[in-house]
Ligand binder design. Structure first.
Ligand SMILES: [Fe+2]
Length: 294
């Protein structure tokens, strides 16, 4: 594996990798009061590890939003219903709390890949999480590319993929699509977000590393291929990209803050819990448009 190298402490930061693939915990900082040099070290860890976790952070909506705004403009979430009083900050309520396991699960995805500009990243802050379950999993798109065979890399290098928000309804169970209301909602989402095309292989705009730009939820076809050709190749790439060795898994506790680089990871929330799971969430905007390899 060639991913995260730095084990060093940057300034006062105590950086502890989560796996050999990606992810780290950073200890010894208060994100509400980061100095400029501490923030620079956190940002470098964000680029190096793709997933960054902080424990025991004391945040309210305003300080959570302010930390997000150090990274980027907060993105609007037109279809998330639970706005807080603070612009750009949303309550994120898991499906637990019914004393039985949920059937709703979007599963592996990237946020907003069905837009021309996929999100730069997202942050979640745990207000109340289950005593057990509800972990979040991440998988590295860098490693997914790196560990393809050379002939497959060559085949994919100039291919475009279709990303489609309609898959949300098909995959997640969040809407029972037999219901008229659910169909109307899906139609509304599709109207706002028509299908987009992104290269299957692109480079990260800041690290310059190549990555397989695919996600299980929204990537629906390879442009120019017949459906019976595209489907098995995409299925193979999705399975390939989600191997255990490319992943890390984050356990939640109250006051955990997590941030990830949405450009180079897929993530998946486990729904193996029955107790309430309430978080604050912001999405970080990027003007990046994925470009084919040059
Ligand atoms: Fe997500």
């Amino acid at each position: 594996m060639s991913s995260p190298q730095p084990l060093a402490q940057a300034g006062t930061l105590d950086i502890r990798p989560l796996t050999g693939a990606l992810g780290c915990e950073i200890h010894g900082v208060d994100v509400a009061h980061l100095s400029d040099s501490e923030y620079a070290a956190v940002y470098q860890a964000f680029l190096d590890y793709s997933v960054v976790v902080f424990r025991d952070q004391e945040l309210d909506e305003a300080s959570f939003a302010a930390f997000g705004q150090r990274f980027a403009r907060l993105e609007d979430e037109p279809f998330l219903p639970n706005k807080t009083k603070t612009p750009g900050v949303y309550f994120f309520r898991g499906a637990g709390g019914q004393k039985k396991l949920s059937t709703q699960n979007l599963g592996w995805h990237m946020d907003h890949s069905y837009q021309k500009n996929p999100s730069l990243g997202a942050m979640l802050y745990a207000l109340e999480v289950p005593r057990a379950g509800g972990d979040t999993l991440f998988s590295s798109s860098y490693l997914a590319y790196e560990y393809l065979s050379e002939p497959m890399k060559d085949f994919l290098k100039d291919k475009l993929a279709i990303h489609d928000v309609l898959q949300y309804g098909m995959n997640s169970g969040h809407f029972a699509i037999s219901q008229v209301e659910a169909l109307e909602r899906l139609a509304m989402m599709r109207k706002k977000f028509p299908q987009v095309e992104h290269p299957l292989v692109t480079t990260h705009p800041e690290t310059g590393r190549p990555m397989l730009f695919i996600n299980k939820a929204w990537t629906t076809a390879i442009k120019g291929l017949h459906p019976h050709e595209s489907r098995p190749i995409l299925d193979m790439l999705k399975e390939h990209s989600l191997q255990d060795r490319f992943q890390c898994r984050v356990r939640w506790y109250n006051k955990t803050l997590m941030l990830w680089d949405n450009r180079c990871v897929q993530h998946s929330p486990n729904v193996d819990y029955t107790e309430p799971r309430i978080m604050l969430r912001v999405a970080l905007h990027s003007d990046w448009v994925p470009q084919p390899l040059s």
